[in-house]
Design a protein around this ligand. Structure first.
Ligand code: BGC
Length: 853
């Protein structure tokens, strides 16, 4: 239990919504206000006692102050007992809270990824998501969650697309603000990231983004502005990349607008190892260098202050902000009250969020299944058995269990109505060895034996591990030179085993060396060694049912030793069954069944931190698989497991497509709920999904000579699609649900002054036979203008529920900023703006106008 300074008005509220937050979706009666987490947390209430903080600062020598500004280790800050400061623990995030170890023995709740959360179009849901993360943080002793990721979906090739919310800055900002407030209202700090223009992964540590001021302000900075000014974020994470030639940890944007204009009084934490200078970053508004204990500040910064190259005042201000953060998260002791984490049912929440984020892209009256479901269902595709429920990289958490679609449907339909066929391989590289095929030869327990050895072969640590994919981030034992893994592997089939790691590795099978090699990663992308290490297949024939003792000796390289971080996975080759055979078996099963459900998706090599995607196609022969199944079963439903857009060239050939995203650990149970109609798929696309790669207006993510240009300026996402005259497969905002809505009336003040917000009042009617969700979307447009503008842009939205036949009135807030453009300052062009209301960016039946005076 953490003690905390008592800050008036900041006591923990019990589980559920904080007062004034409503329940996210509008209740179904009368005239309703949209539920956006209420205005900014009162700044004065959130403000710790500044005089006291200054007094504590005054007790520290320069050396002690500077020491606090670099992490104590990979995941925490230094304690300073002399002033009652305890260490603060930081953790990834953003769709769960991993804690200080990457270890299956310390599992975490895995929630649907960011694009799925944004698909709810429900800031109230994001607020509750923040509360659930706060509970996880309390459980894991975490003070700061490294999220949300609020970079934009500029290009669908972006490798971390799944981790960010949307291509639209308003939707991103609103969802992010809900998330931040949910966490911080419960005593846990958020750290929105990565400030700024970190919308791609190629050359991610060094690339410099070149973009114009309008795009910077109106698109990329806008969500950061929202989380600071409306949600009062306690930290912001500075990015690896540069903007306009200056790396973000030294960038003047940290000072202005972040602090000066927006009033940010929190801590700027660096992305991991993003601080690469002493003076330039210390003079900038960069506060905390992570990870530690090594880094560019330390003794070099003390010296720079002593020499007058960095003013001591800059150090003082950084420490003061760190102390302020400590007070906010309860890491500054003064013997006062302690608070408990709100109790939550994480799995039920994960299931609920997953269903509410699923997007029904098309539906030929196939879904929901009627009654108790079809007599027979052919489940097809590897993602039905081994679902992809989260993206790769630092966002990964290790859930205790994952409910696969097979598990979920078996529980809902019983085993007798289901047939299962694997279809075609989805994973590239190696797939993890199944845990139930592994035995630790030392303890006889399931899993494997991991031993760290020093240079002389002495044992430093030994562990029984229950996962074939192991990572240590900052917690490999000091002085470790070799990692040894041993397991008895009983092969379930004849696929050859393999290994993934970066560097020198030797593998022995029953004592004989079968592999002795160096596996190299791209020098430009050292993170690949941790997140996507290269793999090799062992030249070893195995029979199904045979047992072999595998021993791996991995030499821990220089960088891994310094960071005490490494990753290694034991796997198998993925293409054991020939594609034609896999498809033929699936077709046979589909022909026999009343309904076929084909699961398709991306894999760890496609969507992950550390690299961008090469193309938008589904990996492997999945397109062929869907086509072959749809050809024999007209009731084919396709479920897509992907965090970012994939092409679906067969989209007109199937009965329904349901986008399950990276749905988190309860994907399978939520899917059963949705297919059977227990729940409606509540999601609407937060990003345009293209039909063909050549149509995508903004695709490029590859820097040239170290620069990535954003020549499209304001025109990304649907804004660019609308201007291009090309049609995507599915427009921004699209999603069907299980009922229909008519948009009946729209009303708004006919004239306002520049700088004033406006409320659009709409009535909508549920025209279907069941209760359902409507996301009412308002776009602004201006045909005649003196400035360049997109055809239209999102100005406001509200998610609401209505019963069958029910008409609901809803007030949709449109912020003043919807009518502003950046021209060295925010300007409001006088004249008429059109406001359009409807269900997505391309279906807007109602219009009104508002004049800016
Ligand atoms: C990522 C951050 C993450 C940090 C700590 C970095 O590589 O860019 O998003 O929070 O690592 O894992």
């Amino acid at each position: 239990m953490r003690a905390r300074l008592t800050i008036p008005g900041r006591e923990i509220t019990p589980a559920g919504d904080a007062p004034g937050h409503g329940n996210g979706l509008l209740a179904a009666a009368g005239r309703l206000s949209p539920v956006v987490p209420a205005a900014v947390a009162d700044k004065d209430e959130a403000m710790p006692d500044e005089q006291k903080l200054r007094a504590l600062l005054g007790k520290l020598s320069l050396e002690r102050k500077v020491r606090l500004l670099t992490g104590a280790d990979f995941w925490s800050t230094h304690a300073e007992p002399a002033i009652g400061l305890r260490r603060m623990v930081l953790s990834d995030g953003p769709s769960g809270v991993r804690g200080e170890t990457w270890d299956e023995r310390s599992p975490s709740l895995s929630l649907p990824s960011a694009s799925a959360l944004a698909a709810s179009w429900d800031p109230g849901a994001a607020y509750r998501y923040g509360i659930v993360l706060a509970a996880e943080a309390w459980r894991k002793g975490v003070h700061i969650v490294l999220g949300p990721t609020i970079n934009l979906h500029r290009s669908p090739l972006g490798g971390r697309h799944f981790e960010a919310f949307s291509e639209d800055p308003l939707l991103t900002g609103r969802i992010a603000a809900g998330y931040v407030r949910g966490l911080q209202d419960h005593g846990v700090a958020a750290s929105p990231k990565h400030f700024v223009a970190n919308d791609f992964e190629t050359e991610r540590l060094t690339a410099s983004v070149v973009l114009d001021d309008r795009a910077l302000r109106e698109l990329y900075l806008a969500p950061f502005e929202t989380v600071v000014t409306e949600a009062g974020s306690w930290l912001v994470m500075s990015a690896y990349n540069a903007v306009g030639g200056t790396t973000m940890t030294e960038h003047p944007l940290l000072e202005d607008p972040l602090c000066r204009e927006w009033g940010f009084d929190g801590v700027v934490v660096s992305d991991w190892q993003a601080v690469r200078s002493t003076e330039a970053s210390a003079r900038a508004r960069q506060d905390l260098v992570m990870p530690g204990p090594e880094g560019a500040w330390g003794a070099a910064l003390v010296e720079a202050v002593a020499d007058g190259r960095v003013p001591e005042q800059a150090v003082n201000e950084k420490v003061l902000r760190l102390l302020r953060l400590a007070a906010r998260v309860g890491a500054l002791e003064d013997g006062q009250s302690s608070v408990a984490a709100p109790p939550v049912d994480g799995r039920a929440f994960a299931r609920d969020r997953c269903a509410d984020g699923m997007v029904l892209l098309c539906n030929e009256d196939e879904l929901p299944w009627s009654g108790s479901g079809p007599r027979s269902v052919a489940l097809i595709g590897e993602p039905a058995l081994w679902p992809r429920t989260q993206g790769g990289g630092s966002a990964t958490v290790l859930p205790e269990q994952v409910t696969s679609p097979l598990d979920g449907l078996r529980a809902a339909l019983g085993p007798d109505r289901l047939s299962v066929s694997r279809g075609v391989p989805v994973q590239q590289g190696i797939a993890e060895l199944p845990l139930d095929a592994l035995t630790d030869p030392v303890s006889g327990e399931p899993g494997l034996r991991a031993r760290f050895l020093d240079a002389a072969g002495g044992e430093l640590r030994t562990e029984n591990r229950r996962s074939p994919a192991l990572r240590w981030l900052g917690n490999a034992p000091e002085g470790a030179a070799v990692l040894e893994l041993r397991t008895r592997y009983r092969a379930p089939d004849s696929s050859r085993p393999g290994i993934a790691c970066a560097g020198r590795v030797q593998v022995l099978a029953d004592g004989n060396t079968v592999l002795d090699t160096e596996l190299a990663v791209d020098a430009d992308n050292p993170a690949a060694a941790l997140f996507e290490p290269p793999s090799a297949i062992l030249p070893l024939a195995v029979e199904a049912g045979a047992e072999v003792e595998l021993t791996v000796r991995y030499t821990i390289g220089e960088l891994s030793r310094t960071l005490r971080a490494l990753a290694i996975t034991l796997g198998t080759e993925t293409a054991a069954v020939p594609v034609a055979e896999g498809i033929a078996a699936a077709v046979d099963a589909a022909r026999e069944a009343e309904t076929a459900v084909v699961f398709v998706g991306t894999n760890t090599e496609v969507e992950s931190e550390g690299h961008d995607r090469k193309n938008l196609a589904l990996p492997g022969a999945q397109d062929e698989l869907v086509r072959a199944v749809a050809a024999v079963n007209p009731r084919t439903v396709v479920v897509v497991e992907a965090g970012s857009p994939v092409l679906m060239p067969w989209r007109a050939e199937v009965a329904a497509i349901l986008l399950g995203w990276f749905g988190g650990q309860e994907l399978g149970s939520a899917l059963a709920d949705v297919l059977l109609g227990v729940r409606e798929p509540g999601g609407r696309l937060p990003t345009t999904w293209p039909g063909a790669e050549e149509d995508v207006p903004v695709l490029d993510v590859t820097p040239i000579d170290g620069e990535l240009r954003y020549p499209e300026g304001l025109h990304i996402g649907y804004r660019a699609w609308l201007g291009s005259g090309r049609e995507p497969a599915w427009p921004f905002g699209h999603g069907l649900g299980y009922t229909g809505f008519s948009f009946d009336t729209i009303r708004a003040d006919s004239a306002i002054s520049g700088g004033e917000p406006i409320t659009v009042r709409a009535t909508v009617t549920n025209t279907g036979a069941r209760a359902g969700k409507c996301v009412a979307q308002v776009y602004a447009a201006r045909a005649e203008s003196t400035v360049d503008r997109p055809v239209r842009w999102l100005a406001g939205f509200a998610a609401l529920q209505a019963g069958p036949g029910q008409t609901v009135t809803v007030d949709i807030p449109v912020p003043a900023r919807a009518f502003a453009h950046w021209d060295g300052e925010w300007r409001y062009e006088p004249g008429e703006f059109e406001l359009l209301l409807g269900r997505c960016a391309t279906d807007l039946p109602l219009t009104t106008t508002v004049t800016i005076r």
